[in-house]
Design a protein around this ligand. Sequence first.
Ligand code: F0G
Length: 402
Amino acid sequence: MHRVVCFECGGEVDDPFVDSCPKCGGLLTVDLDLDFASGLRPYDLRKRPLGVWRYAPFLPVDASRAVTLQEGGTPLYDCQDLRSIIGIKGVHVKYEGANPTGSFKDRGMTVGVTRAVELGCRTVGCASTGNTSASLSAYAAKAGLSCIVLLPSGKVAAGKLAQAMFYGAKVVMVDGNFDDALQVTSQLAREGVLYLLNSINPFRPEGQKTVAFEIVDQLDFEVPDRIILPVGNAGNISAVHKALTEWKALGWIDRMPKLTGVQAAGSAPIVRAFRDERMDFEPEQHPETVATAIRIGNPVSGKKALKAIYDTGGVATDVTDEEILAAQRLLGRKEGIGVEPASAASIAGLIKLVDDGVVARDERVVCICTGNVLKDPDTVMRSCEEILKAKPTVEDVRRVIA
Ligand code: F0G
């Protein structure tokens, strides 16, 4: 059983089509009654394959009607080279680029679109920096729903835009940033034009919880000391926190990893709030970064993110675009893992926090790398060496590679 409640005043919210508390305007969250798990042991879940739906008892929708593309079940790489380069005890990368549309968003969308179908919706929509739109478009196609996506004009990576177009969504470029696009999309949702599937919809984070479940499951219930992830609209870090809180309440894990959020220096309202030890944040009016996925100034779930960080003894830090691109190349060239710039922020953040002495050298850390390198080929090609050119002869190729 579950109820939708206000994250701030705790009041129950009955209307499934509102995106905030009708009484106080607060963020919504799903309150799961964990009684179902009293006779359940963590290992019982392993009868199902690793993936989002292994954790169906923790998801507030009817799993027998799931709209699924077999999301989740992504690799957890033990990165030995990275570990010695950075100089800490353990580094794992949870590679979310291996999801069906190439990002972690698929975990939330399988649950969110299942919910939309349960509610009888015909049209779904979102604002997006790219990945949410790519994911929603695919799941809407699978479910036979119409889909409308609003994107910040000129600031969406090529792979993501191509995906939304490919899966048949109505793609609307908005002359503004993500925050502007989300305001318009929310208004369209309130007017009944579409069912909103941004992470402000509390069913989205429910699916995204499963990345944390999988990490713990893949580590055989040895909880890592810290989980580091990029923060944009702040839905994912909140979802990870909720997941771990649920398993801690059941006694399935004995402690919480320190949740550590990384933002790009040009879009870092949560980092500023953390430094000032505040529970709330000031929006960034002109967010800018090469990591367009997290180019967000007014993170919708910012308050939830700050709570996740404070409650677990984690930190928030920012990294420059140069640090992001260097970490992206390092991961590719030392570990063979291809991630998009926003995802590399978690690695860049780890490097910086170890250098600053914030992350101790005896820690075992998991970095969540949220999206695939193929999402943003233009940035990769700009940040790598030039391509060699040769005539079609062995001699000439020998000459240029020498
Ligand atoms: N990494 C990637 C690759 C993303 O696409 C996003 C968010 C994040 C990290 C940050 O996650 O918003 O939950 O804090 N992308 C959204 C989108 C905003 O529209 O695709 P968050």
